[in-house]
Design a protein around this ligand. Structure first.
Ligand code: ZN
Length: 490
């Protein structure tokens, strides 16, 4: 597999340290609020990467942490007058609820910062003993950035440039404005742990150094997160870990791009934060997951409701084809199918193989889900061509090909986490969801449909037409077929 490494700034062939085994660590959420669409993207990207590595038969151990002690959590708890533990637990729970809906599989190990305090203290002690860190009189511990010669290697920043922009905040006893906190003396009312430097709590960066080293062998094969974590978080993780353990921290750094909202950066100050829950009021979880995978993971992605509508249309198209395939295969093979003089042109089989190869090649090329989904659509079009040709679709060869397509979709769904619902129930679910968005009820529609049927049976075409118009005005599409009238939500 080719994967882009943020450290070397190029695509590289992925070779794990230990043959057949892969260790992957992704930075998880700080549990102080509901997850937004940026969290969804990052979780889905690393979920697909984990699924793909398993498809390649690697024995993967995937660790994703929870930051359950942090300034943001403490501030939120103080605002609400509750314990910070309560806040962290609530939002770790909502993370799982949201991610389960989006079919993000749980990581193999999901450690919490507060369960790894001793490991962090040990790293701090070693860093201090080696002169890479120092404790201040008030009980803070700082990392001595100037001691780590390679500082800035991931983000490509020079220590001199960083120093010119850095300031020491009032109350900080840093030797150098660049130094960052490994341990913070507890202020009154804050959660604390006993340490050699008095009561305190860990800085943010140190937890990932402690947890990755505790649960995975170093060097890690893959360390991931959003691009916003490159500096300072990942840069600081590298400095701490490499200074402490004296070995390379990680071989492949993988970062996903930002999510923008209506072409603007998502930020609290712009008030344009979209939580996963907000969006799932508007679309089904599979539509959101599909939308987020329609762009390459390193590109920025622009969220807007029109793009979600487009994604919904495409997911529906795919399921409609899957439904048509399963309905056709459920019918008994036509008696004359074998003896039919009609032959399935070889081009169909050839095209399917090309599209299938291209699908897997796209994922192998730096996890290009956007291109892979393009090839999925190629297969959908191929299937539709076959399904629409009644003479061809009845042949034994065509049925075998469609069965093969069905089997291929099972494999695709294992990696993408898409298209794994029963097509008929998914399409029904989508129809009801769209109806609900229009504040309509099935019974209400069925009643109008029945009235229209009666009017048609009574040859009262004027009434039948006005009922049709009424249904269309509600935003429905009416289809009259040989087997009766059906409706769908536009
Ligand atoms: Zn981290």
């Amino acid at each position: 597999m080719q994967i882009y490494n943020s450290m070397t700034r190029k695509k590289e062939t992925f070779v794990p340290v230990r043959e057949g085994k892969v260790s992957m660590y992704a930075c998880g959420i700080t549990a102080y609020d509901l997850c937004h669409i940026g969290h969804a993207r990052s979780a889905i990207v690393f979920d697909v990467l984990a699924r793909y590595l398993r498809h390649l038969k690697y024995d993967l151990t995937f660790v994703r942490n929870f930051t359950d002690v942090d300034d943001k959590i403490i501030n939120r708890a103080n605002e609400l007058g509750v314990d910070s533990k309560e806040i962290a637990e609530k939002y770790m729970h909502t993370f799982h609820e949201d991610m389960d809906r989006l079919k993000v599989q749980r990581a193999d190990i999901e450690p919490k910062a507060t369960e790894n305090i001793n490991e962090m203290i040990k790293i701090n002690e070693k860093l201090i003993a080696d002169g890479n860190a120092y404790a201040t009189a008030s009980g803070d511990v700082y990392f001595r950035v100037r001691k780590f010669a390679e500082y800035g290697k991931l983000s490509g920043r020079s220590v001199d440039d960083l120093r010119s922009g850095a300031r020491v905040q009032p109350g900080e006893e840093k030797e150098d404005p660049l130094d960052f906190a490994l341990w913070k003396a507890a202020k009154p009312g804050e959660p604390y742990w006993d340490s050699p430097w008095g009561k305190g709590r860990p800085g943010w960066h140190i937890e990932c150094s402690a947890m990755s080293e505790r649960y995975l062998p170093l060097p890690l094969d893959i360390h991931g997160g959003g691009q916003d974590l490159i500096f300072p978080h990942h840069e600081n993780e590298i400095a701490q870990t490499e200074a402490c353990f004296g070995k390379n921290f990680c071989n492949y750094w993988v970062h996903n791009g930002f999510v923008q909202i209506d072409s603007e950066k998502m930020s609290k100050s712009l008030g344009n934060f979209k939580t996963i829950r907000d969006i799932l009021e508007y679309c089904l979880p599979e539509v959101l997951r599909y939308f987020l995978l329609t762009r390459h993971y390193r590109s920025p992605i622009d969220f807007n409701f029109m793009a979600i509508d487009e994604a919904e249309k495409n997911v529906k198209k795919i399921y409609e084809t899957l439904k048509a395939i399963s309905l056709l295969l459920a019918e008994d093979a036509k008696a004359d199918a074998k003896s039919s003089a009609v032959k399935l042109p070889e081009s169909f089989t050839k095209e399917l193989k090309e599209l299938d190869d291209a699908y897997w090649a796209a994922l192998d090329d730096d996890l290009n889900t956007a291109a892979a989904l393009g090839h999925v659509f190629g297969i959908v079009h191929l299937s539709n061509r076959l399904l629409e040709d009644k003479k061809l679709s009845g042949t034994v060869e065509a049925r075998a090909l469609l069965k093969d397509i069905q089997a291929k979709f099972v494999e695709y769904s294992k990696v993408l986490g898409l298209f794994d619902e029963d097509p008929i129930s998914f399409l029904n679910q989508l129809k009801l969801f769209r109806l609900q968005k229009k504040n309509l009820k099935v019974e209400q529609i069925e009643e109008l449909m029945n009235k229209r049927l009666t009017a048609r049976q009574n040859k009262d075409f004027a009434l039948a037409d006005s009922l049709r118009k009424e249904l269309e005005d509600l935003g429905l599409e009416i289809r009259d077929t040989a087997s009766g009238a059906g409706w769908d939500v536009v």
